[in-house]
Design a protein around this ligand. Structure first.
Ligand code: ADE
Ligand code: ZN
Length: 319
């Protein structure tokens, strides 16, 4: 039986399995530049974050209708539940869809339909986190937040993702300030490929409560001390780090050192359809490659509920 856990770093577009991508391509009359699902899987050899993102945004063109987004989320929730997920905080990238003429309402309402049934159907509670694409302009992020206003009842927080290097957190100071004024929670990807300074800036300038990845904080002892002192959660994604070459091999992942240092680490799947596994697959991989014992794995699961945007009584029920 997998440990009960919360998943806090999961891009819903990153759960698009090749079989569903081809089914949606047929349904929506989209021609994909791959002969079949095997050829598509063959293309999943990434050099870095950007080479992944290029393929990832390309494949998303099959997602067009509310029903598509509903089916995508329902498939993820079924898989996640089977892997012990009791609570999922799900990222989505509106700009990756609106740029193709798909309205943000189509995305949120489609995902929302699956999320509304998730507790009953899959035993999973959920939150939605709207991510801004950091390689787009700050103005585009502000326009996206404005476009999301009719749907804020469905959205718990904002995040920041896509190509990191050259797009520091401070670029998004204004939109994070506006999001905070709307009562939204704040997270951001930082320190995945970008430097430790981006982690510090995400805390200081954007006011994030949680850091997505945060891997490169280990290069800065003062930053680590601060993250430990303030119990700032990090949403680590070990299989993603190997596939996108943030670490050479899983055996060299800093997770055990980070836990030993007292950091509040969680383990998540990021884009499981692309990186070789869902959240329990990540737990199993770190157990094997890093020799994490049962107590460490239980600590990771406990941390995931502490780091979640749940009320205390909800967290107790979910755990
Ligand atoms: N979008 C989807 N997955 C991502 C990742 N690992 N880093 C940045 N942006 C992403
Ligand atoms: Zn991510």
């Amino acid at each position: 039986m997998p440990l009960p856990k919360a998943e806090l770093h999961l891009h819903i577009e990153g759960t698009l399995e090749p079989e569903l991508a081809f089914a949606l391509a047929v349904r929506n009359g989209v021609t994909l530049p791959y002969a079949d699902t095997d050829a598509l899987r063959e293309a999943y050899r990434f050099q870095d974050l950007q080479s992944f993102l290029d393929l990832y945004y390309g494949l998303m063109t099959v997602l067009r209708t509310e029903a598509d987004f509903e089916e995508l989320a329902d498939a993820y929730l079924a898989r996640a539940a089977a892997q012990g997920v009791r609570h999922a905080e799900i990222f989505f990238d509106p700009q990756a869809h609106t740029a193709r003429g798909v309205d943000i309402g189509t995305v949120v309402e489609g995902l929302g339909r699956a999320l509304d049934r998730a507790r009953e159907r899959h035993g999973v509670t959920t939150r939605l986190i709207l991510c801004f694409l950091r390689d787009q302009s700050a103005e585009s992020a502000l326009e996206t937040l404005e476009a999301a206003e009719p749907y804020l009842h469905r959205i718990t927080g904002v995040g920041l993702d896509s190509a990191e290097v050259g797009h520091p957190p401070r670029k998004f100071a204004a939109v994070y300030e506006a999001a905070a004024a709307l009562g939204l929670r704040r997270v951001a990807h930082a320190g995945e490929e970008g430097p430790a300074d981006y982690v510090r800036e995400a805390l200081d300038v954007l006011g994030v409560e949680r850091v997505d990845h945060g891997l490169r904080c280990v290069e800065d002892a003062d930053l680590v001390a601060r993250l430990v002192r303030d119990r700032v959660p990090l949403t680590l994604c070990p299989l993603s780090n190997v596939r996108l070459r943030a670490v050479d091999v899983l055996e060299e992942h800093p997770l055990p050192r980070m836990m030993d240092a007292g950091l509040l680490c969680t383990v998540n799947s990021d884009d499981p359809a692309y990186f070789g596994g869902y959240v329990e697959d990540n737990f199993a991989a770190v157990r094997q490659a890093l020799g994490l014992g049962e107590e460490r794995l239980r600590e990771l699961a406990r941390n995931s509920f502490e780091a979640a945007f749940l009320d205390d009584d909800e967290a107790l029920r979910a755990a």
